[in-house]
Design a protein around this ligand. Structure first.
Ligand SMILES: Nc1nc2c(ncn2[C@@H]2O[C@H](COP(=O)(O)OP(=O)(O)OP(=O)(O)O)[C@@H](O)[C@H]2O)c(=O)[nH]1
Length: 387
């Protein structure tokens, strides 16, 4: 039987998260670090590549080949500068940096073949090639798979060039092939280790952050996360975009009686199942479910008007009443009461605070309790203001 994969599992050879959304989140998170590393490494490589024009001159003199190589070196430096600038301007610098790194290393390797072809000295260039492979794997930030493809193709092309030139003995050609193979193996192994360790570190960090903002029993966000300005930020966002915002306060009915009848653990199971239901019926990454109190939950639903908020609360109510919860093979019947407040915000609409919204949703939820429980009470902000 195959082992179940953990959410943070990493592809063994590629050194990337198996989950593409997690890999994208990692790249977004690391974007500025990757961008800085790329700036440093491409600046350094671009300058070094230009300086080596002096070696061209020393070997080829002041001729057309030296001039042609100088133009090629200038073009490579220009590619480095463009990569740095594009990455700086990009909304997703991590991804752009990796593309820039792939283009730069491919072109630099191609031009290096031209240098080796014109200047000869193939044994010396074999050693330079080995150093360049290490630079491609370790110094320039890139996806391991891209770096490997560039490095392996460049190695094969270089060996083919040396073979075609016929100026190196078979014994030396073998030694050179072994040298390049070792550079590829060690470079890829070290780059893979680096890719794995940065992702493991990111995953551990995310785990800690998640633990500090989530309630361990239900998996919903905790009050600390709400108190860190969560609803205020949603109000500001809705105000700047002129969109609707709905909040729902919901509370399990007669929960104390459930605890008293079935035991505290059964109450915990019900709390957990109710939170799962709320989470499964809301949009991941858009809506927020907060455990507001013992058996009370607050839902924040951006871009949701009163009608949609009402319909959602109604179907949550119906689903809970229908399914309840199962603890130790015993079905526990449960219902909840809901208070729904919706507001259409605009830059000119003042006076809406998170406290006022929550207080109103709470009042509605208690009104639903008073009128018999297992029901949904709704209102729009305009109606509150008219009252
Ligand atoms: N099992 C369990 N019970 C909890 C937890 N947190 C709070 N409670 C219990 O939830 C109960 C809430 O009771 P009340 O505030 O009287 O509300 P209720 O019985 O649901 O009544 P209504 O809200 O009026 O329908 C209390 O007995 C708390 O001890 C928890 O994490 N697990």
């Amino acid at each position: 039987m195959s082992k179940p994969q953990s959410a943070g599992a990493i592809l063994r050879w590629r050194g990337e998260f198996i989950s593409t959304s997690l890999e994208s989140a990692f790249l977004r998170d690391q974007g500025s670090v990757i961008q800085q590393e790329l700036t440093r490494s491409l600046s350094f490589c671009g300058i070094a590549y230009l300086i080596f024009a002096l070696a061209d001159m020393a070997h080829l003199g002041y001729g057309s080949q030296t001039l042609a190589l100088f133009i090629v070196r200038l073009a490579i430096a220009a590619v480095a500068v463009s990569g740095i600038v594009l990455t700086r301007c990009s909304a997703n610098p991590g991804n752009t940096a990796y593309r820039a790194a792939t283009v730069f290393t491919s072109l630099a390797m191609l031009s290096f073949l031209l240098v080796a072809y014109w200047r000869g000295e193939l044994l010396l260039h074999g050693m330079s090639m080995a150093i360049m492979l290490i630079i491609v794997y370790l110094f320039i930030p890139n996806r391991l798979v891209n770096a490997t493809l560039v490095a392996l193709s460049a190695s094969a092309a270089f060996l083919a060039l040396v073979y075609a030139q016929g100026m190196v003995s078979p014994r030396h050609l073998w030694t050179m092939a072994m040298l390049l193979l070792l550079a590829n193996l060690f470079g890829a192994a070290a780059a893979r280790r680096d890719a794995h360790s940065s992702r493991r570190q990111y995953w551990a960090q995310q785990h800690l952050i998640n633990q500090s903002v989530r309630d361990s029993l239900t998996g919903a966000f905790n009050r600390r996360h709400l108190n860190a300005g969560l609803l205020e930020r949603e109000i500001d966002r809705a105000r700047s975009r002129g969109t609707s915002l709905t909040i729902i306060m919901c509370d399990l009915d007669s929960f104390k009686a459930i605890n008293d009848t079935h035991g505290h653990q059964a109450g915990d199971t019900l709390l957990h199942d109710f939170a799962r239901l709320l989470l499964s019926m809301t949009r991941e990454g858009i809506d927020t479910v907060v455990r507001y109190g013992g058996e009370e939950f607050l839902l924040i639903l951006p871009d949701t008007d009163l009608a949609d908020g009402h319909a959602l609360a109604e179907s949550m109510r119906a689903r809970l009443a229908e399914s309840g919860s199962l603890h130790d093979q015993v079905r526990i019947g449960a219902t909840a009461s809901f208070g729904v407040v919706s507001v259409r915000l605009s830059p000119g609409l003042p006076g809406i605070t998170s406290k006022a919204l929550i207080a109103r949703a709470d009042q509605l939820m208690y009104a639903a309790k008073r009128s018999g429980r297992n029901r949904v009470h709704v209102t729009g902000w305009e109606a509150i203001n008219r009252a």
